[in-house]
Ligand binder design. Structure first.
Ligand code: ADP
Length: 337
């Protein structure tokens, strides 16, 4: 039996690089939550195939994401790869039959993503994309997660998970699934240093994001060339670019430098070159251990893969237990061959 810690579940798609927006805005929080909760973090490759994708890159990106997550401090025993636990897909199917078509049709993320899918592949939109939130409900409920660290944009999906759990419980006549709750954490929203009017994002292109595992020279260069004045900031207000640099200091935990430079800013004596120098020093110091750990882990990729396969097999035991009970409750056959 597991201890009494509350269960946390969160997932990430295996998309190439991890940038400092992803780290400070999401994965750092994942790392911190591990001290307080029983955490499971999934690299969701079943979800990644709902949009047009490159078959040659998927597996590479999946292992790369595992490497990145371990390098920033996710404990291996908390990490799994979704397709190594096929029960997610099996429960997803069962949940299709407990999810209301009307409710799934109202998911706003589908509207945005289907537009992007259409643009990428001549009008093609997969049923998987439509069904994505039902699989997500299976990801969460299969581990009976109490909390799901999500952004506001995911609240609707969580609502659907609860609706599915509710209908399931009512239909089988047992309070089997717990209702998962959102775990909101105040995480910083990092802007692009090249265009601070927009958020840092992979989809804007390489010059718009700072890779967590970049070498020192590149990070320094990107901070040195960060846009500070966009020319549209009203008199007396801090420009988004400068605000973003100050935010990076706080995100790295360098409150002392933040306070000192803010005093200079308020008195009008701040030189942006000094601010950038401090931000670059702070960022390099924060990220260096991650890059080193990644280099270390990369030396033995076979061992890394074996480790994740093993941790996935351990996490799978819990998923299998749920599925066995779900089959009992729903009247499906439960035969061990
Ligand atoms: P991207 O926009 O680069 O494709 P994703 O949409 O894959 O990033 O986001 C992965 C996670 O990182 C999400 O939890 C998201 O909220 C977080 N995230 C992405 N960009 C930022 C950012 N600029 N600042 C803070 N958090 C971010």
């Amino acid at each position: 039996m597991e201890n009494n810690k509350k269960q946390v579940l969160s997932c990430i798609q295996p998309t190439g690089d991890m940038h400092i927006g992803n780290y400070f805005g999401a994965t750092k929080n994942w790392v911190d939550l591990q001290d307080k909760y029983e955490c499971r973090y999934g690299i969701v490759d079943y979800h990644a195939i709902t949009m047009p994708y490159d078959v040659k890159k998927l597996r590479i990106n999946t292992w790369e994401m595992a490497l990145n997550l371990l390098a920033v401090g996710i404990k291996p025993e908390n990490l799994f790869i979704q397709s190594l636990i096929p029960e997610h897909a099996e429960l997803g199917w069962i949940f299709n039959c407990f999810a209301s078509f009307g409710m799934v049709s109202k998911q706003t993320q589908f509207k945005d993503k289907s537009r992007s899918s259409e643009e990428k592949s001549e009008g093609f939109i997969s049923v998987g994309l439509f069904d994505y939130p039902v699989l997500q409900a299976a990801d969460i409920l299969i581990y009976r997660a109490d909390y799901v660290p999500v952004g506001k944009d995911q609240e609707q999906h969580l609502e659907l998970s609860r609706a599915i759990a509710n209908r399931f419980n009512n239909q089988v006549g047992k309070e089997y699934f717990v209702m998962p709750e959102a775990l909101y954490t105040d995480t910083p929203k990092i802007r692009s240093t090249a265009d601070p009017t927009s958020k840092m994002s992979k989809s804007s292109g390489e010059k718009h994001y700072i890779n967590v595992f970049s070498d020192e020279a590149k990070i320094r260069k990107q901070i040195r060339s960060a846009v500070t004045d966009t020319g549209e900031t009203p008199e007396g207000e801090m420009s988004p670019g400068v605000e973003n640099l100050f935010l990076l200091l706080t995100a790295c935990g360098n409150e002392q430098a933040h306070a000192a430079l803010m005093t200079d800013y308020v008195s009008g004596s701040l030189r942006y070159s000094d601010l950038k120098q401090t931000v670059a020093d702070t960022l390099v110091a924060t990220l260096a251990p991650f890059r080193e750990r990644k280099e270390e882990l990369k030396k033995d990729k076979k061992q890394l893969k074996n480790q994740i396969k093993y941790t996935s097999s351990q996490i799978r035991l819990r998923a299998q237990e749920t599925l066995k009970e779900v089959k009992e409750l729903t009247g499906l056959l439960n035969v061990k061959f």
